[in-house]
Design a protein around this ligand. Structure first.
Ligand SMILES: *Cc1c(COP(=O)(O)O)cnc(C)c1O
Length: 358
């Protein structure tokens, strides 16, 4: 954990630091395709060293670099971009709580994150210290959760809940567990893919102590699934903590079937179940990452049946305005009259299926 705090502090956040890093690595920082002179739109730059080291600086289209370094495309704002793309604000009864679905609520403890992804949908909120929950707001959020007995699950999101030290997380887990109707704690985090050292034995023991604690890790590219990542995730899985993943479908990062297949297989090999593949939200300055739904569905068709079902996440859209997530699964079943269906298999072959009369 001390190493993690040091690694976090050593993140690159300024142009001068980035130039120094590149010079250390023997890379000319004045290469124009690095776009080092581009001012980020809204969201400042933040990249830990571990992740910088994964980047192939010789490849002008490196998919890891694309996720973390601003490019001029970030300044292309469309009139129908949304500053609150998934309608968090519409469902915020008190600061730090987003309660959109009946049985589960988000608890956003902080706007701090270990990395500032250039496609972030909470970009208006991330990295702003003033938006970390104050102690009185935290108490109010806990009261809200305690007062709503329909809340079965609390999802810690952000920002990234794993920026906190274990002693703080222990207190949060303990206080959530003290509320009898809260049966499940879920953590949404990008940290393990960015600084895998955060997944220590101590953290794994903590998650086990307050089980069921589910970990959902945000991973977008097979090269983020390093040996170190797999080893550190293993520490958590070995202690019975269920681990799932979520991936954002991103142009120029993972928008081809081979990359997605490799990613999902590597995740399953690391004992992580791919949970969601997200359609990109409509945050300003992220349109260069957009893959149209039709194309996303085509990619899923290319995967279904060809790779193990364990590897397949649900492709989802978060409806703008806070109306929830809906699956974008391609259609395999077409009703064709009473009890009759036309079904399509993974090879595209069509079959008539008659439902047995019961
Ligand atoms: C995504 C999300 C959830 C979790 O949805 P699941 O489908 O249960 O993973 C809960 N609340 C909000 C506000 C969300 O955006």
């Amino acid at each position: 954990m001390e190493n993690f705090a040091a690694a976090l502090r050593a993140s690159v956040t300024t142009l001068a630091e980035l130039r120094a890093y590149l010079q250390e690595r023997g890379i000319d920082p004045d290469r124009p395709e690095l776009y080092l002179d581009v001012q980020p739109h809204v969201l400042p730059v933040r990249i830990p060293r571990y992740y910088l080291d994964l980047i192939d600086w010789q490849d002008p289209d490196d998919p890891l670099r694309r996720q973390v370094l601003p490019t001029p495309d970030e300044h292309a704002i469309l009139p129908d971009d949304l500053t609150d793309p998934i309608g968090d604000r519409a469902h915020q009864p008190v600061p730090g709580i987003v309660h959109r679905y009946p049985d589960r609520a988000l608890l956003l403890l902080t706007s701090a994150c270990v990395v500032h992804c250039r496609f972030c949908f909470r970009r208006e909120f991330i990295g702003k210290p003033a938006l970390t929950l104050r102690p009185d707001q935290y108490e109010e959020a806990l009261h809200y959760l305690a007062d709503h007995s329909e809340i079965w699950e609390v999802i810690l999101s952000g920002g990234d809940p794993l920026v906190f030290r274990d002693v703080y997380l222990r207190r949060v887990f303990e206080q959530l567990r003290a509320i009898p109707h809260i049966r499940v704690i879920r953590i949404h985090t990008r940290t393990p893919a960015i600084l895998p050292g955060r997944l220590t034995t101590a953290f794994a023991e903590l998650a086990r102590t307050y089980a069921p604690v589910y970990l959902v890790i945000h991973v977008n590219h097979p090269r983020e699934v390093t040996d170190t990542f797999t080893r550190q995730v293993g520490i958590v899985v070995d202690r019975g903590v269920p681990v799932l993943s979520q991936t954002v479908l991103l142009r120029g990062v993972n928008d081809d079937a081979a990359t997605l297949a490799t990613l999902f297989r590597k995740l399953v090999e690391a004992r992580i179940k791919p949970y969601y593949l997200h359609q990109l939200d409509r945050a300003p300055g992220t349109n260069h990452f957009r893959v149209p739904i039709r194309e996303g569905q085509q990619l899923l068709r290319q995967l279904r049946g060809h790779v193990s079902g364990l590897c397949l996440p649900t492709y989802v859209l978060d409806i703008p305005g806070g109306h929830g997530k809906v699956p974008l699964t391609p259609e395999y079943v077409h009703p064709s009259g009473d009890d009759f269906y036309e079904v399509v298999n993974y090879r595209g072959e069509r079959f008539a299926y008659q439902e047995p009369n019961v």
